[in-house]
Design a protein around this ligand. Structure first.
Ligand code: NAD
Length: 351
């Protein structure tokens, strides 16, 4: 497959790029290299002759036109986005720009490419979205592919908007669009402003581990390698016009999750002066508009494409914790760029 991935220097995108190269695909990674990107994430494939990189903004329509016309992808997978909910509260503008205008530019470029006759017959435009577009659940129930959209944060509203654009480009222009909506990912190379790396690094350094509100918000957790497998399967075999939910079948409250990480750290670092790491937990002000619960029903992708999550949360979380322990140079390099891993964001200062 000739695969054009946007956002391939980020967390999930780089997992897709590494996996696609391992599978023998030809990959073009298009990434603007925002603060959330790291070329270290794709260092292992950088010299592979099947790997190509273009530092471009997906909002740049002429550049997207040129890249598609030159690379002639079988699939375009859009993972480029502003992704941190807290940042979307402090400054929604970048989210509107990349997540909506950027998606629009890619859809238009894909339409021009498809209409030029240069695209292969099985061309797909694959847009990656989130379960957050469905809003918040009570104690029971799960999101299915037909759940109504009820986004609550600027981040999820911008993602929902791009899903609607993808839908419209399919219905109006016949673009072969597939959309996937996934739950919270975890694993190696996640930028250290997201919950899991924040917790691991704070605990390692003996700092307070911040938990928003009472820690009773529930998320479904999906191992990033499983997600990359699902995305590559959908890019190859997903049916145009369909959406697929991708989940880890691993619901945990934030407090349960943090305690689990602390337990793993206690075991992996048996002579740490910060043991028991759970003692570092500190409840802090909640995120405004914090969704209470997400749960994903991923029966459709299992039934129709034969994908299900391979990693249990116990195994996946241990792999993840060990990766951060063994790859301090990766997160130190981010810190050395001036990123403050202890900064609290998302309390609603004007942006
Ligand atoms: P990330 O923040 O780690 O990486 C995003 C990447 O996109 C970065 O490499 C960044 O440089 C690039 N990018 C941002 N703006 C760009 C632009 N204008 N042009 C080109 N590149 C740009 O994100 P992630 O966590 O890997 O998420 C990838 C996708 O998956 C996003 O669309 C996100 O909404 C979706 N998603 C993520 C999760 C999760 O748990 N991480 C859950 C559901 C959905």
């Amino acid at each position: 497959m000739r695969l054009m991935v946007t956002g391939g220097a980020g967390f999930i995108g780089s997992a897709v790029v590494r996996q696609a190269i391992a599978d023998g695909d030809e990959v073009l990674n298009v990434d603007k290299l925002t603060y959330a990107a790291s070329l270290d994430n794709i260092a292992e494939v950088a010299d592979n002759p099947r790997y190509h990189f273009a530092q471009k903004d997906i909002c740049d329509l002429p550049a997207m036109n040129d890249l598609m016309a030159d690379f002639k992808p079988d699939s375009v997978m859009n993972l480029a986005a502003e992704t941190h909910v807290d940042r979307s509260i402090d400054g929604p503008g970048a989210f509107i720009q990349t997540n909506i205008i950027g998606a629009y530019a890619l859809l238009e470029a894909a339409r021009a490419y498809a209409e030029s006759g240069a695209a292969p017959k099985n061309f797909r435009f694959h847009h990656i979205s989130t379960d957050e577009v469905f809003g918040s659940l009570g104690p029971t129930g799960e999101f299915t592919e037909s759940s109504p959209y009820q986004p609550n944060s600027p981040y999820s509203a911008a993602k929902a908007s791009s899903d609607m654009l993808a839908r419209a480009w399919r219905e109006t222009f016949g673009l072969p669009v597939v959309v996937t909506n996934c739950s919270n990912n975890y694993g190696p190379y996640q930028f250290p402003e997201k919950l899991i790396p924040v917790v691991i690094i704070a605990a390692l350094e003996g700092r307070e581990i911040p938990i928003y509100g009472k820690g009773d918000n529930i998320r479904d957790w999906l191992y990033v390698g499983d997600h990359a497998d699902a995305l590559l399967l959908v890019a190859r075999e997903g049916k145009p016009g369909e959406t697929y939910n991708v989940g880890g079948r691993a619901e945990r409250s934030n407090l349960e999750l943090v305690k689990m990480i602390c337990q793993i750290l206690d075991e992996e670092l048996s002579d740490s002066p910060h043991k028991p790491h759970e003692g570092l937990i500190k409840f802090v002000a909640d995120r405004p508009g914090h969704d209470q619960r997400y749960a994903i029903n991923c029966d459709k992708i299992e039934r129709e494409l034969g994908w299900s999550p391979a990693q249990t949360i116990d195994e996946g979380m241990r792999l993840t914790v060990k990766w951060y322990l063994e790859n301090k140079q990766w997160w130190d390099a981010i810190r050395n760029r001036g990123f403050d891993v202890t900064a609290r964001q998302g309390l609603g200062k004007k942006g």
